[in-house]
Design a protein around this ligand. Sequence first.
Ligand SMILES: [Zn+2]
Length: 232
Amino acid sequence: MLRSSRRPSFLRRGFTLIELLVVIAIMGILASMLFPSFSRARESARRIDCASNMRQVGVAINMYTSDYDERYPIGFPFWSLDSSQMPHQPQLSTNLFTYTKSNQVWNCKSWTGVYLPDSDEGNYSFVISENPSVLDNGVIGVPSTSGSGAMIQRPRADASLQQPASYPLLFCGAGPQQANNLFHGHTLLNDAVWATGAISGTNVLYADMHVKWWKGNRPNWDNFYNTPLNGS
Ligand SMILES: [Zn+2]
């Protein structure tokens, strides 16, 4: 009896209810601090995955241009000009399949949209002339949606790009002409939100085939999207 009375008090008894509740509360606070960082880590893993896919598409484009006298390929981006008729065929992914050997390289895991029937691939877009008579800064060819064989945009030769390292070839998300769709898959901003001055970001494949994260607001994006062929 004497021995037990000399033992420290915390060994003599169990936890009180209050102590247990405090421990549970602390665990809850710690968990709530950790969970957002888990989802951030997941998104940064997806971003890296997307960059790696984009890099493989870049390698495929590079092989295509080598095989076709340095001419860029032709095809519809997943997001094409007339959204009521998406997906248009042939898509760029179809025309590059010989080189990619897989359509999965066109998928970004950050995309939250719905995949269309007959098109399980693609949420990468490329720079195209929104109004060819005013602006003609694209290098990948886009066929006409009329099926006449005419071109919305003719493909160009690699030599037309004087600064390939600063010319954006592909980006992850929808182009500015699809205002109602998600603009950049990784930040989930649409055009309306972006127009308020919000900062957005996307992976970009440049014409020298390096991939980099681009971050900016809507005016920055307009300059970026309209990068002239001479890169200045
Ligand atoms: Zn992506």
